[in-house]
Design a protein around this ligand. Structure first.
Ligand code: ADP
Ligand code: MG
Length: 321
């Protein structure tokens, strides 16, 4: 349904070119959940914005293709994008107030969102709004429709934003860290409900997060992003059981777990490269415990298949049983 091939989105700033997304490829089938994971600044949001046609100057998609339902999205004009955005592809942002208008009642906003794409009577639009609110687990949706965003808790507000994303039963939802600001219990509830909803409706989900443990129980597949590139991509259970990229190994090691209780948490040494930094070698090499000096610092690894996953690494991690 979605096929992203060699997507590159760069920012042309006074201080140089920022290669925020640099040759990213992945695909998504109907009903599939892909977790896009990586540290802050690795290019996850810009990947999502690129798929929604939301990249603004000085940013620009400079290469690659995005095909969705057989259509090349890069060739769409503003009108073409309006027909797709919110209708076939919807996005949920970290801050629900990016979606909600603080001065309008929830019903006003939801009805407007329905009418933006479907010319239906207002009463019918309201019914759809009510239905969407119950779908995301909001009790007494009729009364809640008459509330303003500030009358909801943070978790409930995010549920409303999710309900708005669901209004048109999109084929694809891009969720950009929608639960990061919420407490762990609420986060777990929303995740579980999203997963159920998508399975039921056949909606594909691109779930963006900096927290690998969030997608561990949610995604069918995981794509690990580092410095604008996907460095490892494959089935979730395979990646969790035997991560191949040293960066994925580091991410997994830095998740607190009960098995290592009482021991200091391991962390990946060093920091991610600043966006305008470029290197001829692998971007992760400076932090990598596995690197082979000349190979890894002088050329960038291309994507190759390794034990069922797409990997950008010259020296995949070897697991010792
Ligand atoms: P993530 O979501 O993984 O935290 P982003 O996709 O938001 O990261 O950003 C990727 C990179 O693109 C970052 O290094 C960021 O500094 C850069 N970037 C994002 N927006 C702009 C912009 N408007 N101008 C210049 N650089 C930008
Ligand atoms: Mg982001």
């Amino acid at each position: 349904m979605l096929n992203v091939e060699n997507l590159s989105t760069h920012f042309f700033t006074k201080r140089g070119i920022v290669r925020a997304v640099d040759g990213v490829s992945f695909s998504l089938s109907r009903g599939e959940v892909l977790g896009l994971v990586g540290e802050s600044g690795s290019g996850k949001s810009i990947t999502g914005y690129s798929l929604m046609g939301l990249v603004d100057s000085p940013g620009k998609i400079v290469d690659g293709s995005i095909t969705f339902d057989g259509q090349e999205l890069r060739s769409l004009d503003a009108r073409g994008w309006r027909a797709i955005r919110g209708k076939k592809i919807a996005m949920i942002f970290q801050d629900p107030m990016a979606t909600l208008n603080p001065v309008l009642r929830v019903d006003t906003q939801m009805i407007e969102a329905v009418l933006a794409h479907d010319a239906v009577p207002k009463a019918q639009a309201r019914d759809r709004a009510r239905e969407a609110l119950s779908l995301v687990g909001i009790a007494s949706p009729d009364a809640r429709l008459e509330s303003y965003p500030h009358q909801f808790s943070g978790g409930m507000r995010q549920r409303v934003a999710i309900a708005i994303a669901l209004l048109h039963k999109p084929a694809l939802i891009i969720a950009d860290e929608p639960t990061t600001a919420l407490d762990v219990t609420i986060q777990g509830q929303i995740l579980a409900e999203m997963q159920k909803l998508c399975a039921k409706t056949g909606t594909a989900l691109l779930w963006i997060t900096h927290d690998l443990s969030v997608v561990a129980g949610l995604a069918d597949r995981i794509a690990v992003m580092y410095a604008g590139r996907i460095v490892e991509q494959g089935a979730t259970d395979q990646i969790l059981a035997a991560p191949a990229h040293p960066y994925t190994v580091g991410l997994l090691d830095s998740i607190p777990s009960r098995n290592v209780r009482g021991q200091p948490l391991r962390q990946i040494p060093g920091a991610a490269p600043t966006p305008a930094e470029t290197t001829a070698g692998c971007a992760f090499a400076p932090r990598c415990s596995q690197k082979k000096s000349t190979q890894c610092t002088q050329s960038a690894p291309q994507v190759s298949m390794h034990e069922g996953r797409a990997l950008r690494c010259f020296v995949p991690w070897v697991h010792h049983a």
